[in-house]
Design a protein around this ligand. Sequence first.
Ligand code: PLP
Length: 379
Amino acid sequence: MLQEFISFTKKTFNTEEFIPLHAPIFLGNEKEYLNECIDSTFVSSVGKFVDQFEADLAKFIGVKHAIATSNGTAALHIGLLMAGVQEGDEVITQPLTFIATCNAISYIKAQPVFVDVDKKTLGLSAEKLKHFLDKNAVVVNEECINKITKRKIKAVVPMHTFGFAADITEIIDICNQYSINVVEDAAESLGSYYKGKHTGTHGLVGAFSFNGNKTITTGGGGMLVTNDDSIALKAKHITTTAKIPHPWDYEHDMVGFNYRLPNINAALGCAQLEKLPYILERKKILSNKYDTFFKNKTIQYLKGPKDSNSNYWLNAIILENLKERNNFLKVTNENGVMTRPIWKLMTKLTMFKNSQIGNLDNAEWLEERVVNIPSSVII
Ligand SMILES: Cc1ncc(COP(=O)(O)O)c(C=O)c1O
């Protein structure tokens, strides 16, 4: 079976060379826009491509405002600040995520609290979230208080894992009952929809990443999105050193961040975004090929959950157990087919091992079995 998978992958990617997990693809106006950017000399924090990238992305995902940032972690950091998270507050998130989600929470000196994921979506479980809040939380003066720690629960951060949409409307309904803001970690889910609405646009704010391994890339970059006018204004201000606009004076009214996306990165982003529909189409074709290949095999191929449209950023499979998973990783990587396990649970990392947790049965089960398989665009 393993040799069959290796041969299938080599045939699908039409190569006998090493097959990476996810390589970027440049098919359109990338070089033209980069040249234009260099010729203009505006390669840094100011320039027309930043505005264009923000406007084009907002249009594509159907949101009122998009604020470009230097990376996805920066977008999450500011998103949490916009949700009112302060030092000492608590933020509920999932234990099965990339470290950046928890890093952003920690930058504010807030405490992550971990609630289990759903086995079908790999994202935060609405059911487990409700159970956790019903047991541990109380709303006092429109603020959610953790009865155990006495801290405020200021935000919930669901993550749309590998581009599979979490049950975001159910999560938001529960959060509304408990007066908690939702910050969507949509770093991996550009092009994914839940009930017809783009991920990242359901909550108060959403954060995207354009790192080199994502569906489209700016080299490094991110985007904070929101439908809230006043949050958008504040977020733009704080990510751009909190400078008061003036033709020459340096007036800053608070401690801001230099989280600006350089114009040269935005130029790349504009060209990549033009090709996003094509990239998504091709990724769907690859997903269908994997789906057919894994039919009637002991390995389960993960299809996008119900009520959603997935971007199939990273294709994922579920092995029978830890031993099978380790063997799969060893043999595929030794044979030039790059595969990777899902992340180690955040609750096992030194920094977060003393955090409050709910029951994490699903995350623990998935941690031992889920593997990502090559997911680059095939032409
Ligand atoms: C789930 C998740 N959150 C946040 C990020 C952070 O994005 P960046 O690497 O652009 O900072 C990433 C990707 O890297 C991610 O996968």
